[in-house]
Design a protein around this ligand. Sequence first.
Ligand SMILES: Nc1ncnc2c1ncn2[C@@H]1O[C@H](COP(=O)(O)OP(=O)(O)O)[C@@H](O)[C@H]1O
Ligand SMILES: [Mg+2]
Length: 234
Amino acid sequence: MGRVLEVVDINTFYGRSHVLFDVNLSVEEGQTVCLMGRNGAGKTTTFRSIIGLNPPRNGDIRFKGISCRRLPPYKIARMGIGFVPEDRRILDRLTVRENLELGHIPGRKGEWDLEKIIDYFPILKDLQDRVGGTLSGGEQQILAIARALMGNPDLLLLDEPSEGLAPVIVAFLKDFVLKLKESKTTILLSEQNVRFASAVSDWVVVIDKGHVVFSGSIDEFQASEDVKKKYLAV
Ligand SMILES: Nc1ncnc2c1ncn2[C@@H]1O[C@H](COP(=O)(O)OP(=O)(O)O)[C@@H](O)[C@H]1O
Ligand SMILES: [Mg+2]
């Protein structure tokens, strides 16, 4: 198994405001890694650093062994990093099928296309002719993830997928992500929901005020009551 992503000692700023401090993390092929931390900890900024929207001032980001720290977002997307933002960005007036088609990235080939995705996730088959604006929050989140899959990413970034969803919907999203994992997709997600994160992740990195304060297997994380108490709202 290869290392898909390596984030090495990155420091990221918004103007003069220093937000990430020597952040390190890596993701192995086929793994699901979860970046956990409270509101404002630096989860979204880490993702924006990786995808080129807020490049770090120093340190390095290597994707499949190639440094992508200085590349523009569209090139990083074409290299195979898919990104599902916190606000999902589903188009209200387009159908589920049409929203999915927007996820296609020219030049990226792989096992996923519209028909395969709809076949693999029965929920999308049921929803395919609905327009985006009529979907529930949970359905929109699932559609946003599936749309990113249309670009056949080698790494999928999910920024707080369970945010704002009712517990019963989070359980439903969990089953969707577990099915996605069965397809061997490599995932880096961010979360505050410990139960959801624990159910889907292999490895956990905890960030607090822009510093990585814990990195360990899901079992080590589960056993670290002090980490959960100190850095997460548990
Ligand atoms: N566009 C921005 N300009 C300035 N500061 C920002 C901006 N976006 C986020 N921040 C700050 O960066 C820190 C990390 O934010 P963020 O990465 O969004 O955290 P998280 O996703 O973990 O909630 C916070 O202190 C936040 O206020
Ligand atoms: Mg965020």
